[in-house]
Design a binder for this molecule. Structure first.
Ligand SMILES: [Zn+2]
Length: 371
């Protein structure tokens, strides 16, 4: 029943996505959750206009501190509101970091939610140096601009009724504001202005990752949804790059407690073995020998429980020495869609961004958004 519901949800998402055609869509701005959970936020900026939840201009001192107060409200310099909005002719600084566009502060279940609304193309210029380096060959930087634009528009449509469209972390796309913009990032965004990837008339959910380790992953192996343009392809280009190989040692007790924290009830774990490999060469599942008998866990769920940044991919072998488990792995990330390090090496070998995109997203077309 649970699985059927999940499938229905995916189908509904897919149907919702089918509505976004590049001809009909005008993504002027995106809304990005740039911080959450803080009890207080420091705001600074030149010539700042501060408004409350009714759009009334407020006479509050900037720089200033916004704090969470009782009853689902925020307070700044003695003024209380359900929302504060900040706009500056230059940058709005949140805890010292500069952002373009408008900043909104909302009281959340825990602490303060900070949302940055800004023009999509400006968001992309700041994003480049968070996701890759603008010093990479320019065709790789342009490929990054196109996939980040496509991904942002897809998520904007998916979450159009939510308070924001995008997380600023690896959960969506990393975004740390305007301070690390540079001219090469701006050039890549300008030279691909408005360009998105399209499949069957719809803008694609352009997943990407750092390093595939030799073969990209099919979406069906990670999320259970078979997406025609997210099939695994061979990628020998990233194999000799620095992040392609990794090793990790974890104690059995540590693994046990991480799995427990993630809600699994396996009992005492005595041994961990790699299970079946999928057709991209990644582990489909792991076998656990426990005090309650043998158990199985999908490699995707195991990685999630251990931590995405700790266990870098699901492509690894396992050796056990006593209570220590040694993971020897390849790649970094879920492996779906474009491999950033592969794209870098391809661009270095003279491939254009169009060729790079066509390789990692088979069957897609590059189109320009109509205004
Ligand atoms: Zn790769």
């Amino acid at each position: 029943m649970k699985i059927n519901r999940l499938l229905l949800f995916i189908v509904l998402l897919t149907l919702a996505a089918a509505a976004i055609s590049p001809a009909a869509y005008r993504p002027e701005t995106v809304r990005v959750a740039i911080a959450r959970g803080m009890e207080e936020v420091r705001v600074d900026g030149d010539g700042m206009l501060v408004t409350d939840d009714k759009g009334t201009a407020l006479a509050v001192d900037v720089p200033g501190i916004v704090r969470r107060s009782g009853g689902g409200t925020l307070v700044m310099g003695g003024t209380t509101s359900r929302r504060f909005t900040f706009a500056s002719p230059s940058l709005v600084r949140i805890n010292g970091r500069g952002y373009r566009g408008v900043i909104e502060l909302h009281p959340a279940d825990k602490g303060i939610l900070v949302v940055n609304e800004l023009p999509l193309e400006e968001y992309l210029v700041g994003l480049i140096n968070c996701e890759i380096s603008s010093l990479w060959p320019i065709e790789a930087v342009k490929a990054q601009a196109v996939i980040a634009r496509s991904y942002a528009i897809y998520q904007k449509d998916n979450r159009k009724n939510a308070l924001y469209h995008l997380e600023s972390s690896v959960m969506d796309q990393v975004y740390n504001g305007a301070d690390i913009e540079d001219s090469r990032a701006a050039r890549a965004v300008k030279e691909t202005e408005g360009e998105v990837l399209v499949h069957a008339g719809s803008i694609i959910q352009a997943f990407y990752h750092s390093n595939c380790g030799g073969h990209t992953e099919a979406a069906v192996n990670v999320w259970g949804a078979d997406i025609p343009y997210l099939q695994g392809v061979e990628c020998t280009y990233c194999v000799n790059t620095p992040p392609a190989r990794w090793e990790l040692t974890l104690g059995l007790k540590k693994i046990e407690s991480l799995l427990k924290n993630a809600g699994y009830q396996f009992g005492t774990i005595r041994e961990i073995r790699g299970g079946r490999l999928n057709d991209s060469g990644r582990l489909q599942n792991l076998l656990l020998v426990t005090s309650r008998g043998d158990a199985k866990i999908s490699a995707v769920n195991f990685r999630k429980a251990i931590g995405y940044a700790v266990l870098k991919s699901t492509s690894f072998t396992i050796r056990q020495r006593g209570d220590e488990v040694l993971f020897s792995g390849a790649g970094n990330g879920h492996g779906v869609g474009l491999c950033q390090w592969g794209a870098k090496q391809r661009a270095g070998d003279g491939f254009s961004y169009r060729e790079i995109l066509n390789y990692y997203y088979p069957g897609v077309r590059l189109e320009r958004l109509k205004n």
